[in-house]
Design a protein around this ligand. Sequence first.
Ligand code: ZN
Length: 200
Amino acid sequence: MGKRKAGYYTKKKKFVDNRFTNKISASEEPRVSHNLCSASEKKFAANQEEIASAVANESVIKAAEEEVSLTNSRDISVSCDGTWLTRGHSSLQGVCTVIGAKSGKVLHTQVLSVSCKGCDRWKNKTDTVAYSEWWESHECECTINHKGSSGNMEVEGMKQILNRSLATHNVQYVNYIGDGDTKSYKAVSESQPYRSGVTI
Ligand SMILES: [Zn+2]
């Protein structure tokens, strides 16, 4: 069996106007270049990322307000799911997504990663002075933000999202529509991200 190409495409959905719509074809799948060489290319990529992030933030804030308006409440129902860069339970990256039940728009995403190319390069030299110096500048840009197993990424991602819903949108995701994974739901519910008395 051939190795699958990189890209978040488990659901094979197309993401347009902050909404998952049609099935996506293989030729439309997003590509991420891992061969950026020059400083100018890296700077360009960083600027692109910053712009994309700003647009995405604005987009999810608008989507959350639309959801609030449609439901006339700041306690809202959401559909939640996780997807992984590769199939199986050994993926190095995963993404959790929360979608408003009424609007169908994305309100929150959380990327989780257990790997970092920079850290991989230094993994056998962590007891050197050079490593300590490198780590000082790398720490703020390290892509590792998940230490557990890949299988636990969805639960951890959802907990992080729920913990930020009030700060980001001033809403509570009180009804959690998942994919039937009762273990994930139970773990997220038991984390009690909201004030006493608010159950998910
Ligand atoms: Zn790192």
